[in-house]
Design a protein around this ligand. Structure first.
Ligand code: AMP
Length: 276
């Protein structure tokens, strides 16, 4: 494990001798979704780095930075069992030393009207820390989950725009048997909320089914929203977007489609998305 830039450099010198490096950025509290990313990383490169850093700059003051699940020792055991070559776990002081004053702010269609509306400084926080992770770890490949679909698209765009020599790869969302997307935040759900939570995925599937049966987009999405509200969710958004650009779509024919949702169950905010 490396926790300082000096230790990271020393470890990289060793790893880079072997060949390509794949990086899997995480905030820890590892689950099977993260494991799927690591397995994909293994397939893409002989050396795998997993970073664990709960990034303060992507949380708003009222959000759950302080209470975000932290299971560091358990995470290290999981990563050891997966034969990960290096765990990069910088401290906040290493990532953002005193006087730090620079931000990477993504723009463009993919940044507009979804997570950004409810978490306005989220993607600048993500883009800044991911840029730093790329510069620090010099990966040839970086693996991200489709679970955070808008993030995947924004990071892919950013790497291209900044000529960062890294290939960004997306991995399909890993789900519980009942459809709920795995997330570190699921642990926060009460038993009653956990029982309701799979409705988020079900609503997306029902929207996709209605659309493929020929129903108009707006009507299908409206019904999905109503179903979620009936099930006790406070819906932040439920949207049909272009699967590549994330531009809003008026008609199915303008697709390929991606359906994206964010909704709150009690105190817990859940997100999900599927292709349609
Ligand atoms: P996080 O630790 O939640 O910031 O997530 C780290 C990476 O794991 C991100 O690229 C996420 O998109 C990805 N991820 C989180 N949950 C899942 C999941 N259920 N399936 C696949 N990837 C996931």
């Amino acid at each position: 494990m490396a926790r300082s830039i000096v230790a990271l450099e020393r470890a990289l010198a060793r790893l880079e001798r072997v060949g390509k490096i794949a990086l899997v950025p995480t905030m820890g509290a590892l689950h099977k979704g993260h494991v799927a990313l690591i397995r994909q990383a293994r397939r893409r490169a002989p050396r795998v780095i997993v970073s664990i850093f709960v990034n303060p700059t992507q949380f708003a003051p009222h959000e759950d930075f302080a209470s975000y699940p932290r299971t560091f020792e358990r995470d290290l055991a999981v990563l050891a069992s997966l034969d990960v070559d290096l765990v990069w776990a910088p401290t906040a002081e290493v990532m953002y030393p005193r006087g730090f004053a620079t931000k990477v702010v993504p723009e463009g269609a993919a940044t507009v009207g979804l997570e950004d509306k409810f978490r306005p400084h989220f993607f600048a926080g993500v883009a800044t820390v991911v840029t730093k992770l790329f510069v620090q770890c010099r990966p040839d490949v970086a693996v991200f989950g489709e679970k955070d679909f808008q993030q995947l698209k924004i990071v892919t765009r950013m790497a291209r725009d900044l000529d960062l020599p890294v290939r960004v790869i997306g991995v399909p969302t890993v789900r519980e048997a009942d459809g709920l997307a795995l997330s570190s935040r699921n642990a926060r759900l009460s038993p009653a909320e956990r029982a309701q939570a799979p409705m988020l995925h079900r609503a997306l599937v029902e929207c996709a089914e209605r659309i493929s049966a020929g129903e108009a987009l707006a009507a299908a999405m409206m019904q999905g929203r109503e179903a979620l509200e009936r099930a006790g969710f406070a819906v932040d958004y439920l949207e049909a977007r272009h699967a590549e650009t994330l531009l809003p779509l008026a008609a199915v024919a303008d697709g390929p489609l991606r359906l994206l949702v964010a909704a709150r169950l009690g105190e817990t905010r859940l997100i999900d998305n599927i292709g349609a």
